[in-house]
Design a protein around this ligand. Structure first.
Ligand SMILES: [Cu+2]
Length: 123
C-alpha cells in the first residue's frame, strides 16, 4: 500500500487512519510532532536553528527555507541524511520578514511525507 501525506500537520482527521495502517506492521508511520519555530510563531529575533521532532525516525530528503519575498536561505544540516527523530539545521541570520520551511522525508515504513511550517521574524 502506498500513500502520500501532504501537510501532515494539518490532517488530524487522518490520524486514526494512520494508526490503523500502522497496526500490525513492523515499522510505523512517522509524523511531525513539534517544530521550532512553531507554525505561526512571531520571533523577536532571527532563530539560530529550525527543528522538527518526529515520533519515529524520519529521513529528511529535502528541506528548504524561503522568505515571503522569494529569497532562499541555506540550512546547515548535521543529520547526514540519516533517519532522525530530532532534526535540527542551523540558519543564517534572517532579516525581518516571513519565512516558510518546506520539507520532504521518508517515514520508516517507506512512505513519502512532506509538510511545511511558517514563522515571522519581527522587528
Ligand atoms: Cu505510512
Amino acid at each position: 500500500m502506498r500513500h502520500r501525506d501532504r501537510h501532515i500537520r494539518h490532517g488530524p482527521a487522518l490520524l486514526p487512519l494512520l494508526a490503523a495502517l500502522a497496526t500490525g506492521t513492523a515499522v510505523a508511520h512517522s509524523k511531525q510532532e513539534v517544530t521550532f519555530p512553531e507554525d505561526g510563531a512571531v520571533l523577536a529575533a532571527s532563530p539560530d536553528v529550525v527543528s522538527m521532532r518526529f515520533d519515529a525516525p524520519m529521513r529528511i530528503t529535502a528541506i528548504s527555507l524561503t522568505s515571503e519575498a522569494g529569497g532562499t536561505f541555506d540550512l546547515g544540516r548535521s543529520d547526514g541524511m540519516q533517519p532522525v527523530t530530532d532534526f535540527r539545521a542551523t540558519t543564517p541570520v534572517l532579516p525581518t520578514g516571513r519565512y516558510t520551511v518546506d520539507w520532504r522525508g521518508l517515514s520508516p515504513d517507506g512512505h513519502p511525507m512532506n509538510c511545511r511550517f511558517s514563522f515571522e521574524v519581527a522587528q
